[in-house]
Design a protein around this ligand. Structure first.
Ligand code: ZN
Length: 565
């Protein structure tokens, strides 16, 4: 048994996230956590909302609420959506918790004592009308490269170039429209990452199992050009910098520390049995896997390790970063600010979570960006879940009800066909397990689907509905083997489609919260231990999406125009 620490990128507190956010971190982290629990590993799956910074302040302002109260509401909304999506966090915390304040200040003091913090004077945009310094992204203006008039102080979305606010032509405040902006001097603290490059490179060389694009992204940051990072901001909502008035830490300094703080919160709920130190402090026996989108790689491969290693203390650092490319939406980008794409709450209004979970994992953007379209989604869900998995389950349950009084039948002996099936399934399950262990989500979904398809092929060949008319023992063994296959198919799919799997297992009289991974899947298919067990009727496992559903989804989610009919 291994100890596996899993964290997913912390979703920012403002607003419900879209499917791109889900597949880029939260959902694969959940699938892996579930798989690890199935094989008997000791798992701790930690996530939480990233709450500090300007967007939360501005969201609260727009809602006319005090910022902590606003974050309380937004955190609760997100926690509810993730619960309904089946995300099985051991703890879903908040970066604004008191533990994170204390830990962030602790790391700052350690880094300062190690000579890794330096105060520097910066010139920053001040808005007289707003009465505050403006974060880069709240300065708007014309892009000096492409002429777009909607460029932000950090980046131009028109041409993608990275900018500093003084680069903008005709800058204005995104808050008030103030054009009388000034550059004023202000003092900030920098984490001297440049002094840590050699230690970080040596650390990175000891990591294995990263997707190649993540490893090369990390390496590309760890060069002599690595810049020291400013870790303070002029904010009212954040972790205060000790001994420096009116400055808070930049969210990118305190947010990843929130993984540790959330674990402390989790441990504080049951201090007699849980110790956060077992996961984070001198925890060489723990394997730590982070799930995140490619934009977060520099923070988790460079900045957070710099914080942990720079402290000089024995903190657990990440073993594997599983990064993801983007999920695009109908040929363009998902966008939270422009409300483009499918948001998790709206997705659940329309269809059960498992349909979305299945499609997203089967098409996870692991090696390149992937495009979501309503048409592809509907075609895949219909084929994989309704025609293959659903059909397997429904026709066996129905047939057992008609021919064997709704029980797993006794009698008959497995023959050559069953033994060949068992050998093939044994090999396929071993491959499936290897894909899960290697964090290969698309391949895991493909092998899961292949096992369902193989099960259907067996049922088709063995044709118990035909055998029952002339050889009842043969029909019994075929039906029993097929029902064992149904059970196995559900157990193997549980990490990806937990609710569908539980429905099937419940119909077979099983009610374990975590169905164990089969140790001998081939032998399981041939045994008759289940004989005599009642089978409860179930309705269609997955209803096919028809043309009306597809039109409705297309209309609601604003993708391609619905087809004319
Ligand atoms: Zn531009």
């Amino acid at each position: 048994m291994s100890k596996i620490l899993i964290t997913s990128a912390l979703p920012y507190v403002n607003g419900v996230k879209h499917l791109g956010n889900l597949v880029g971190s939260l959902l694969p982290a959940d699938v892996h956590a579930r798989f690890r629990r199935q094989i008997g590993d000791e798992v701790l799956f930690i996530c939480g909302t990233d709450e500090h910074g300007t967007p939360a302040e501005l969201g609260a302002l727009a809602a006319g609420e005090e910022v902590r109260r606003y974050c309380d509401t937004q955190h609760a909304l997100q926690a509810d959506v993730y619960r309904r999506f089946g995300l099985s966090f051991d703890h879903f915390g908040r970066s604004s918790c008191r533990q994170n304040h204390a830990l962030t200040q602790h790391f700052y003091r350690r880094l300062a004592a190690a000579g890794l913090i330096e105060e520097r004077t910066l010139r920053q945009v001040w808005s007289p009308l707003d009465g505050r310094f403006l974060p880069d992204r709240y300065v708007l203006g014309t892009c000096p490269h492409c002429g777009s008039t909607a460029a932000r102080g950090d980046q131009c979305d028109g041409c993608g170039v990275l900018l500093d606010p003084p680069d903008l032509v005709a800058p204005r405040s995104a808050l008030s429209g103030d054009t009388a902006l000034e550059l004023r001097e202000t003092r900030h603290l920098f984490l001297r990452q440049s002094l840590l490059v050699d230690r970080l490179k040596a650390w990175l060389r000891t990591r294995t199992g990263w997707p190649p694009f993540v490893a090369s992204l990390a390496e590309s940051w760890l060069t002599s050009d690595l810049r020291d990072r400013c870790i303070t901001r002029d904010l009212a909502w954040g972790v205060p910098v000790p001994d420096v008035a009116s400055k808070d830490f930049y969210v990118w300094f305190d947010a990843p520390i929130g993984y540790i703080a959330a674990t402390q919160e989790w441990a504080d709920e049951d201090p007699a049995r849980r110790r956060w130190q077992d996961w984070w402090w001198q925890a060489e026996d723990v394997r730590y896997i982070q799930f995140l989108g490619k934009d977060n790689v520099p923070f988790h491969a460079v900045s957070f390790p710099a914080t942990l290693i720079g402290s000089g203390e024995p903190w657990k650092t990440v073993d594997v970063i599983k990064g993801f490319h983007w999920l695009n939406y109908e040929g363009g980008k998902f966008s939270t600010s422009r409300r483009r794409g499918i948001f998790a709450d709206a997705a659940l209004d329309e269809l059960p979570a498992d349909l979305w979970r299945w499609w997203l994992i089967a098409n996870a953007p692991e090696t390149a960006d992937t495009d979501f379209t309503v048409a592809r989604f509907a075609a895949d869900v219909n084929k994989d879940l309704a025609d293959v998995f659903g059909n397997l389950v429904n026709r066996l349950v129905r047939f057992a009800a008609q021919a064997f009084d709704a029980r797993v039948p006794h009698g008959g002996e497995p023959g050559a066909r069953e033994r060949a099936l068992a050998a093939e399934i044994e090999a396929r399950v071993a491959r499936l397990r290897a894909h899960h262990e290697a964090l290969e989500f698309r391949q895991a979904a493909a092998e899961t689907r292949a096992i369902w398809a193989r099960a259907n092929a067996y049922v088709q060949e063995a044709a118990p509905w035909s055998a029952v008319n002339f050889d009842r023992a043969r029909a019994a063994v075929a039906t029993r083997t097929a029902l064992n296959l149904v059970r196995l198919s559900a157990v193997l799919a549980w990490s990806i489609v937990p609710a569908l799997a539980q429905t099937v297992l419940a119909a077979l009289g099983e009610d374990t919260p975590i169905p164990a991974w089969p140790a001998e899947p081939g032998a399981d298919l041939l045994h008759d231990q289940q004989a005599g067990r009642p089978i409860a009727p179930i309705g269609p496992l997955v209803a096919k999406l028809d043309a009306a559903d597809i039109d409705r989804l297309s209309r609601r989610f604003g993708g391609r125009e619905p087809s004319a009919r």
